[in-house]
Design a protein around this ligand. Structure first.
Ligand SMILES: Cc1cc2nc3c(=O)[nH]c(=O)nc-3n(C[C@H](O)[C@H](O)[C@H](O)COP(=O)(O)OP(=O)(O)OC[C@H]3O[C@@H](n4cnc5c(N)ncnc54)[C@H](O)[C@@H]3O)c2cc1C
Length: 628
């Protein structure tokens, strides 16, 4: 295929989801697959492989974000660790690598670094490796939004298919690791389990007793569709080899020598359309699936090599976009698919009017609290303490306040929907948005899914929490930046805490975390509050305004962004249908975090691996249908 320049399938992005697709489609030796990825092979990069290296690669060449003192002038963006090794040309291109949010009104107008992995393996090579799925009702909500076949029950076998769980050792069990065998796969490509460096000792039991005193139950295994409670979470690690198990290690390197699977380094600019209607036109969709438009057909993609050469490569069957929630919408817009106002402002032709592209962006603000330890030898250097509690709105507010928060939130939905619709020029209507927000309200206040995660970390001499509201009602966007080559940069606007209930939930979660560190038996070894400090945020009953100031002044991205090419009906602002085909196209799909329509509890990769496994089955079943 590399000789003919044409492949059955072209996958844009060798990331978390993209490599699942590449692996599964190329299992059939007569199916040819090309993956195009701007990043490189990082197998021997210790910042990737070492399970203790989380955050170390931020700002290096494997991160789409580089350090910024300010957003202007762009050349002030210097890749910290890389600058001495950069060529003149790379320095010139550096502004193109800059990813940060635009100033966030409700976070003291700060611009925030927004990290994503840029390598074979995508963001799975730099992430925190937490493996936690979702609350079952959250996946069921995908079907309720109009996506038949997307329920917890139907996705669950794919979670198992992707996973090879390593049961905890006796020492790990003593330190809090626990599992229910019914919830785990044994023979999938992705290794999960507890890290070799898991903290030994009694801290878990102390934390568990403290959460118990606060009414939060221990959860033996949060991966069975019920996340609520306190647990030690598994990670995407190969415990015995003591390395991170990222998407490349799990799904790609073992099959990289398949002769029908090629991977090239390059950045996909756009989908190339077939002007004469041939190309992949053989794959007809059923008439009832035709959404009224004349459907356009992708002939292939145009990509740019690291040396700047533009190459067009042809797809005989399909193009699959797996460039992640930040960059998939950019490829769609550069291909003429999206909000006509945005596309025409870039001087690009409009191919499909699809105003949901880049909208519906849902991200979470991550809030920190740090304390001194009065027993500094509790945690040695190099130990991982994977402990967290997930709480429902009932847990946060108690029965007295819950009904009030629920009714105030419900009453605000029309106004919030109108506000979000106005931000996209009312191309996605306020009524549509209200329907989605009502469903989310139902999840939180009727189905009692979890709404806050409180990580309880321990490191030498310190304890603390990273915590965040899980299901924000705020909706942001990601679009092409204003012009020219810079168009490859995203304008990332998460709209953190845009609506007040998100702040209410964040503050309530923060108060619970504070109580946790000051409740026995945990409080026996917790000393002074060193971030943000007793003056800024007193331990005892801080004012609401003090909490809000702490959050606005210090929250950072949680990097769980999703929803920018959502799987939803088109009139709700959806971009792909339940088979992940982009509306108005015959043979372009999206498979990555962009298609998840609503935020989930848990962390994203577990669900992304399952989702991509299911997507590959859908694609293969189409292929069979076409062959017949
Ligand atoms: C700092 C951080 C910590 C996190 N921690 C956790 C965690 O502990 N647990 C968890 O489950 N999740 C975590 N996440 C989230 C999770 O890792 C991501 O949501 C997930 O990996 C995204 O997968 P994806 O397939 O959508 O995109 P990605 O894995 O990002 O893949 C997209 C790929 O496309 C490539 N690409 C981009 N543009 C183009 C283009 N134009 N052409 C071709 N290729 C392109 C990228 O280089 C990348 O390789 C974290 C994320 C971050 C950033």
């Amino acid at each position: 295929s590399s000789k003919t320049g044409q492949y059955d399938y072209i996958v844009a992005g060798a990331g978390t989801a993209g490599l699942v697709i590449a692996h599964r489609l190329s299992t059939n030796p007569s199916t040819t697959v090309l993956v195009i990825e701007p990043g490189a092979d990082e197998r021997s990069n210790p910042n990737v492989t070492d399970p203790l290296a989380f955050t170390v690669p931020f700002g290096t060449h494997i991160d789409w974000q580089c350090t910024i003192a300010s957003l202007s002038p762009p050349l002030s963006c210097i890749l910290r660790a890389e600058a001495p090794r950069m060529t003149q040309r790379e320095v010139a291109l550096t502004p193109l690598l800059l990813d940060a949010t635009i100033p966030q009104t409700h976070l003291a107008s700060r611009s925030l670094e927004y990290h994503q992995g840029k390598a074979i393996g995508g963001t799975s090579i730099i992430n925190g490796m937490t493996y936690v799925r979702a609350d079952a009702a959250e996946i069921d909500a995908w079907a309720a939004l109009g996506n038949p076949g997307w329920t917890w029950r139907e996705l669950f076998p794919y979670y198992l298919r992707s996973e090879a769980f390593t049961p905890p050792s006796a020492a790990q069990t003593t330190a809090g690791a626990s599992w229910d065998p019914a919830y785990h796969g044994e023979a999938g490509p992705l290794r999960t389990g507890y890290p070799y460096e898991m903290l030994n000792g009694t801290l878990f039991e102390r934390m568990r007793a403290t959460w118990d005193a606060l009414g939060q139950p221990w959860n033996r295994d949060p991966n069975g569709g019920g996340v609520r409670g306190f647990a030690a979470w598994p990670m995407t690690v190969d415990r015995d080899a003591d390395v991170r198990d990222d998407a490349a290690r799990a799904y790609y390197w073992d099959v990289a020598d398949r002769t029908n699977l090629d991977l090239v380094q390059g950045t996909v600019e756009r989908v190339v359309w077939d002007s004469d209607g041939c190309g992949a036109a053989t794959r007809k969709r059923k008439p009832e699936e035709n959404d009224g438009d004349a459907m356009v057909v992708a002939r292939g993609v145009e990509y740019v090599t690291p040396s700047g050469e533009k190459i067009t490569v042809r797809a005989k069957k399909e193009v699959i976009l797996s460039a992640g929630a930040i960059r998939t919408p950019l490829i769609l817009e550069q291909s003429g698919i999206g909000n006509p106002d945005i596309i025409s402002a870039h001087g690009l032709p409009i191919v499909v009017d699809l105003p949901g592209v880049g909208e519906n962006f849902q991200e979470q603000p991550n809030i920190a609290l740090v304390y001194n330890s009065t027993k500094p030898d509790t945690v040695p250097a190099g130990a991982i303490s994977p402990y967290a509690a997930f709480l429902s709105a009932g847990d946060l507010f108690g029965p007295e306040q819950l009904a009030d928060v629920a009714s105030r939130t419900l009453a605000s939905l029309p106004a919030w929907s109108a506000q979000i619709a106005a931000a996209n020029g009312n191309r996605v209507s306020a009524q549509a948005l209200e329907r989605i927000l009502r469903l989310q309200h139902n999840l939180i206040f009727a189905k009692n899914v979890t709404v806050a995660e409180i990580i309880c970390f321990a490191r030498p001499g310190e304890f603390g929490s990273a915590l965040w509201p899980l299901l924000p009602f705020s909706r942001g966007s990601v679009h092409l930046s204003s012009k020219g080559a810079e168009g490859r940069n995203p304008v990332i606007d998460p709209q953190y805490l845009q609506v007040d209930v998100d702040m209410t939930i964040a503050v309530a979660a923060g108060r619970v975390a504070q109580r946790f560190w000051r409740t026995a038996p945990m409080n026996k070894i917790v000393g002074a509050n060193i971030f943000p400090g007793e003056e800024a945020l007193p331990d005892s009953n801080p004012a609401e305004a003090q909490w809000e100031a702490h959050i606005a002044g210090s929250a950072t991205p949680n990097h769980h962004g999703l929803g920018t090419a959502a799987m939803m009906p088109r009139d709700l602002g959806g971009v792909v249908d339940p088979e992940l085909c982009v509306y108005g196209t015959r043979n372009v799909r999206v498979v990555d975090a962009s298609i998840i329509p609503l935020q989930i509890s848990g962390h994203l990769t577990a669900t992304l691996y399952a989702l991509a496994e299911r997507a590959s089955d859908i694609i293969i079943s189409w292929e069979r249908a076409t062959e017949v």
